[in-house]
Design a protein around this ligand. Structure first.
Ligand code: ASP
Length: 320
């Protein structure tokens, strides 16, 4: 009799355990920049292209999470797809500075260990997010810039690409027409993996026509990117100078930690109460440790998408 009860007890405990494990949510959220993104700017074909590339990035990142991969690996894979696309201002699609050159910034943060890596002003690294990861994993530093970052990259046996790789005719024509810093954009991803770990990453070509050497918020940990196991993972896009001044991504973490705000509320307050009144246009994506997500922006649109373990997913360009 006792044995029978004991066995029933063991069975119940293991069922509860399995149930608990099955409930560990995971998922990925991405963005491809916020700005003046309106339906009238798109042909149906162009719009489809954006959706397809966002979906491809989501599917790639999600698959890694589904196969027990880490949040870090998932966001790198997703961001690389966006960097390789000419549609977004990062990697291949990076805008030019006022000298007609690309200078790219990227960062990554692991919410579990709070380790972070970043590069700024790199000109010949095909996927700056990989360089940020290299800084995080293979150097004692958090941020390495310009030629130093490229030398660090090559000293690890990795190849540089010719600067012609980043030369896109359409981009160049746009640059020639534009007189002041305006066009921007960025790509980013945040994820929660099956182990419950969070990660965030951001990569950008920065602001079009920026001064050579200008660094935005994207490679600044706490401004454009932040991840902390006790709260959430955040990636920002927008007018970088404001996101730096308001330590935008880290402020979301603080609001959640000390004011018990939800992810959505914290992001909304930073975007609309702090940034918007001073001209800090842009958006943020986030995922919290429980798998809640947000994709919020104070502009007309933001390229964005999510894919979660509860089966929900979507890609969007405009306000819904
Ligand atoms: N935040 C980026 C920067 O200031 C640009 C953007 O996301 O639109 O460099």
């Amino acid at each position: 009799m006792h044995t029978k009860h004991y066995l029933t007890f063991i069975l119940l405990v293991s069922l509860l355990n399995i149930n608990f494990m099955a409930q560990q949510k995971f998922g990925i959220v991405i963005h491809g920049g916020a700005g003046n993104i309106l339906p009238e700017h798109f042909t149906p074909e162009k719009e489809k292209e954006y959706h397809q590339t966002l979906q491809q990035a989501l599917d790639t990142g999600y698959k890694i999470l589904e196969n027990n991969g880490t949040a870090i690996d998932a966001i790198i894979a997703a961001i690389k797809i966006l960097e390789d696309s000419p549609l977004f201002n990062a990697g291949k699609g990076s805008v030019f500075n006022n000298q007609g050159k690309v200078e790219m910034d990227a960062s990554i943060m692991d919410g579990k260990t709070l380790k972070a890596g970043a590069v700024a002003g790199v000109q010949r690294i095909k996927n700056p997010i990989e360089a940020a990861y290299l800084v995080m994993t293979k150097s004692p530093h958090v941020l390495i810039i310009g030629k130093g970052a490229e030398n660090f990259w090559t000293s690890n046996g990795l190849p540089l690409v010719d600067s012609s790789y980043f030369y896109d005719t359409k981009q160049y024509e746009q640059w020639k027409k534009s007189q002041k810093p305006q066009k921007h954009g960025t790509v980013g991803a945040v994820a929660l993996d099956k182990q419950g770990n969070l990660a965030a990453g951001t990569s950008t070509g920065g602001m079009m026509n920026k001064l050579p050497g200008r660094v935005g918020d994207s490679p600044i940990i706490g401004a454009g990117t932040y991840a902390h196991h006790s709260t959430c993972a955040i990636s920002c896009t927008g007018y970088g100078e404001y996101f730096i001044r308001y330590a935008a991504a880290h402020t979301v973490h603080l609001k959640m930690l000390y004011q018990n705000k939800s992810l959505q509320q914290a992001v909304n307050e930073v975007l609309f109460d702090e940034l918007l009144p001073v001209g800090g246009t842009g958006g943020m994506i986030g995922i919290d440790k429980n798998g809640n997500i947000t994709m919020d922006f104070n502009t007309t649109g933001m390229y964005r998408g999510y894919k979660l373990s509860d089966g929900s997913q979507g890609t969007f360009l405009f306000k819904k």
